[in-house]
Design a protein around this ligand. Structure first.
Ligand code: DGL
Length: 224
């Protein structure tokens, strides 16, 4: 890589503001890197759309970043990763890093043998998720809860409203009943709801946000 290619920005995209939760960790870990963020607010949420549509939207977002000369791309969206990561990797001659629901660390840490994951409906329907379940959690009780409405709440900035708290209560109650001790945030919008989630789940549940490990991975890829 010559020096002008090295100083190019890292492209990051999501359906909206969710990917900022990943950008935050990347900017902290790599303070000298430049980042170009694309949030496709017009088309959010992605997670309730059919897979081919999500793939097309992801391609359009990624093409935009590629046209701006980024040197690497981070798909800071579980839903878009699930629908399009392979197509994106085949399309560009640059590293493309995606999100992965953090079932592996959840499986390693659980004591109750009961782990929970919240994500968008499309993420649960994807092959990436079923492969991870098979690979890491086949001997555990896995509660997967699709959470339509939460992405809209985050996009609207409704982080601590009564409606959002009620929605979270509905989605998380079965997790408490099942004595889940690891809860994976499988959508990059959800870390913005972390205080509300922690309040419902209580101190005995560990909330796993994959952003720090994605930031670590991106730093490694850029070094290589
Ligand atoms: N941040 C996206 C994700 O990680 C949200 C998808 C959506 O727009 O529904 O899945």
């Amino acid at each position: 890589m010559n020096s002008s290619a090295r100083s190019a920005a890292v492209g990051v995209f999501d359906s909206g503001v969710g990917g900022v939760s990943v950008l935050r960790d990347m900017a902290q870990r790599m303070p000298r890197e430049r980042f170009l963020y694309f949030g496709d607010n017009v088309n959010a949420p992605y997670g309730t759309r059919p897979e081919p549509e999500i793939r097309d939207l992801a391609l359009a977002a990624a093409d935009f970043l590629a046209s701006r000369g980024v040197k690497a791309m981070v798909v800071a969206c579980n839903t878009a990763t699930s629908a399009a990561i392979e197509v994106l990797r085949a399309r560009y001659d640059m590293p493309v890093v995606g999100m992965e629901p953090a079932l592996k660390p959840a499986a390693e840490r659980t004591r109750t043998r009961s782990v929970g994951i919240i994500a968008t409906p499309a993420t649960f329907q994807g092959e990436l998720f079923s492969n991870l379940v098979r690979r890491y959690t086949s001997d555990l009780c896995v509660l997967s809860q699709a959470c339509p409405g939460l992405v809209d709440a985050v996009e609207a900035g409704a982080l601590d409203t009564e409606d959002t708290a009620e929605l979270l209560q509905t989605y998380l109650s079965p997790m408490i009943e099942a004595q889940v001790d690891q809860l994976v945030l499988g959508c990059t919008h959800y870390p913005f709801l972390r205080p509300a989630i922690e309040q419902i789940m209580g101190p005995d549940t560990c909330i796993i946000d994959p952003a720090p490990s994605i930031a670590r991975q991106v730093a490694l890829v850029l070094k290589q």
